[in-house]
Write a protein that binds this ligand. Structure first.
Ligand SMILES: CC(C)(COP(=O)(O)OP(=O)(O)OC[C@H]1O[C@@H](n2cnc3c(N)ncnc32)[C@H](O)[C@@H]1OP(=O)(O)O)[C@@H](O)C(=O)NCCC(=O)NCCS
Length: 139
């Protein structure tokens, strides 16, 4: 089940959040959705509306390691695409992140460009976009 995140979800999110900081501000701002499975939060996605030249931008997407490859990430993204129907949704990932890049390619995202220097001396960041349609049936 996908629903808005609330402060009570934060310990569960922290348990698998790979991004190294807290999601509390995004929860408070109503920008974070969670995927709940058998009473447990196993995935989250946060989106910033109008963040990038007026386009909505997916800031973070993560799935608990033991729940990966079961459709959770794709479902969270599909929900966000539906909520932004008619908008151009932007998202980025490190160029070495093969699972995320495969997920985005499978959902019909187009590479917008590559930015160097955003991850320190680490991998370049690849930006993607998708024009969200009301009729995209991919879950
Ligand atoms: C990237 C991530 C969110 C994917 O979530 P997920 O729930 O495992 O993805 P899904 O099960 O919805 O996968 C959908 C499709 O994406 C692709 N995919 C996902 N994981 C993959 C992997 N490890 N290898 C290859 N393709 C993969 C596949 O095409 C898959 O479809 P299939 O299972 O029918 O082949 C997850 O691996 C994760 O949390 N990674 C760590 C955090 C991260 O990198 N976030 C993205 C940066 S913002």
């Amino acid at each position: 089940m996908i629903r808005p995140g609330n402060p009570a979800d934060l310990p569960a999110i922290d348990a698998f959040d790979p991004f190294g900081d807290s999601r509390a501000d995004e929860v408070a701002a109503g920008r974070l959705t969670v995927f709940g499975q058998a009473g447990r939060v196993v995935g989250f996605l946060s989106v910033a509306t109008d963040a990038l030249l007026g386009h909505p931008f997916v800031s973070y997407l993560a799935v608990a390691p033991d729940a990966r490859r079961t459709g959770v990430g794709s479902a969270l993204l599909a929900d966000t695409e539906r909520r932004h129907a008619g908008r151009r949704l932007v998202i980025s990932t490190e160029e070495t992140n093969a699972p995320m890049r495969a997920l985005l390619a499978g959902r019909g995202y187009t590479v917008s460009g590559v930015l160097h220097g955003l991850n320190g001396d680490g991998p370049a960041e690849v930006f993607y976009y998708k024009d969200c349609s009301r009729f995209d049936l991919r879950s």
